[in-house]
Design a protein around this ligand. Sequence first.
Ligand code: CA
Length: 428
Amino acid sequence: MKIAANDPNRKSWLPVKEGSDFPIQNIPFGVFITKDDIITIGTRIGEYAIDLGAFHQLGYFKGIPLTDDIFMQDSLNDFIADGRKTWRLVRKRISEIFDIENPTLRENDKHKEVIIFDINEVEMLMPVDVGDYTDFYTSIEHAENIGKIFNGQTHSLSSNWLHMPVGYPSRSSSVVVSGTSIRRPYGQVLPYGSEKPVLAPSESVDMELELAFITTAVNDLGKRISIDEAEENIFGMVLLNDWSARDIQKWELDPLGPFLGKNFATTISPWIVTLDALEPFRCKSPKQELDPLPYLKQNTANNSFDIKLEAKLKTENGDLNDLSKTNFKYLYWTIQQQLAHHTVNGCNVRAGDLMGSGTISGSTSDSYGSMLEITWNGNEPITLKDGTSRSFLNDGDEVIIRGYCENSKVRIGFGKCTGKIAPAIALK
Ligand code: CA
């Protein structure tokens, strides 16, 4: 399908450096605050943030059915609820107005002054008000590694894993935007060889390299959507780091699963890259070993996206250390399958809901998406450039996740998803 805003030959009159994540073909959506304390919904081209509230007020969306204040809000939820038809019209219009051939805004200095900001002069905020956050577990490599680490089995998948995209409801209250510092959590942990737990700061704070999709209002309570309808209900994707305290997680896990070890913080990147912008990067998902039940069966060809991902660890002296290079396309269960599964029981999914993929690991150790796997639960610590070693994250360590798609004509990126570990708050 041809999406007008994706024309790879289009150039913008706003300068875009080679290798930028944000060419005119991207047109992601985010929320930012200006130096004058104005909060607005915006988009980004190159190193410029574009105030869509002002853009709309000045008449540039004329003819598109939008309420007057749709972009003058502190979250994208209402715009996302407007649906795919509207998202497409809006992206198309933005790409036309910023087209190098179009003088309308290009030659209007007064308008440019209120619409366009240097990206360094705005602060990015949470793009959506996340009502619910579900975290899936869709990487077969990750699931097998976790099974081997904790159960020592060769065939380590749980018996349900090949039949459905396993997931769990996590917390939305602690989802934060990139750049927010992450406080080392306290929790109950069971010291090695002990039978009694203690309350202590986690000694195994980890990252989880994930992507997440953000939905529109999908279904009413009690209703479900089919797998063929799933995609039109997905607005876009963000990078996600699902911070995890492995020692807390290990002790609390039985019998109900993740809780405090996982819900102290989750970081997302600020720009939502639309599924439409990712369209040129569609690719096959891995062949599924077992035929899934009919409600999870996809008859379309390219249900995944070729999104290159990397995680780096930045130490306090500024060194950047490679942690992982992986790809979204390795995931066994697709986003369409995740959403169809999520609603099959009638659970209602709303605009602005966040669905994490789960840790994205590849088949080699340099493509593992968590420290737990990279250091094999601390048994094989990594040595950093400054000579120190890590099993998990130290205070002051910053994790930087990036993601992008690229072909011979265009690069569509997500920018950065970062967070730095702050020391635990001591008990009184
Ligand atoms: Ca996770």
